[in-house]
Design a protein around this ligand. Structure first.
Ligand SMILES: [Zn+2]
Ligand SMILES: [Zn+2]
Length: 179
């Protein structure tokens, strides 16, 4: 590839929206196989997760779920998210602040993350060039990639918005994406 091609081509496009219908079918199949019951609370948690912004914590989900059904407990949300992770419907992410974050796992639309260490905003991008390079590197070592995480840490651009987000954070060092 020439230099001009490399510098002019757009990079880091936003990811495509996940295919929720397909994921619901994957979940149904997984729960049938494992003999897991679809309870009203589980359904509510799954729907809330599918409707939520990416990278939500258990606490974020619990707050939203309890606004609809105050009887739902932390442990039920926790176990449901574990179930979704094991079934390949959710990805559990850790961005260094101690909180587990969840996002929809969609193998047809993989993306990576930029994380602002000042305000905690998490930017998603999709980049075929990076994916292709990783495959070439793996091939060189006769290595089969099953999955990968590419996380870039640093500072975001908009300093006013960045400082406002930092000011809104509940506890120091808490990375909240409240966009
Ligand atoms: Zn993400
Ligand atoms: Zn920032």
């Amino acid at each position: 590839m020439s230099d001009s091609q490399a510098t002019n081509a757009p990079v880091g496009e936003p990811p495509k929206a996940p295919d929720l219908d397909r994921l619901r079918k994957t979940l149904d199949t997984y729960m049938n196989e494992k003999g897991l019951r679809t309870t009203e609370q589980r359904r509510l948690i799954v729907n809330t997760f599918f409707d939520s912004e990416a990278h939500c914590t258990i606490d974020d989900l619990l707050e939203k779920v309890r606004a609809i059904d105050p009887r739902v407990g932390y442990a039920t949300v926790y176990r449901t998210m574990k179930m979704l992770s094991e079934g390949g419907i959710a990805n559990e992410l850790h961005f260094g602040d101690g909180a587990a974050r969840y996002e929809i796992a969609d193998d047809t639309s993989h993306h990576d993350h930029l994380i602002c260490e000042t305000c905690g905003i998490i930017i998603e991008f999709e980049e075929p060039l990076i994916e292709e390079l990783q495959e070439r590197i793996a091939a060189k070592f006769d290595f089969t990639i099953t999955h990968h995480r590419h996380e870039l840490y640093g500072r975001c651009k908009d300093t006013v918005a960045c400082h406002a987000r930092r000011a809104k954070q509940r506890t120091p060092g808490d990375l909240s994406n409240k966009e």
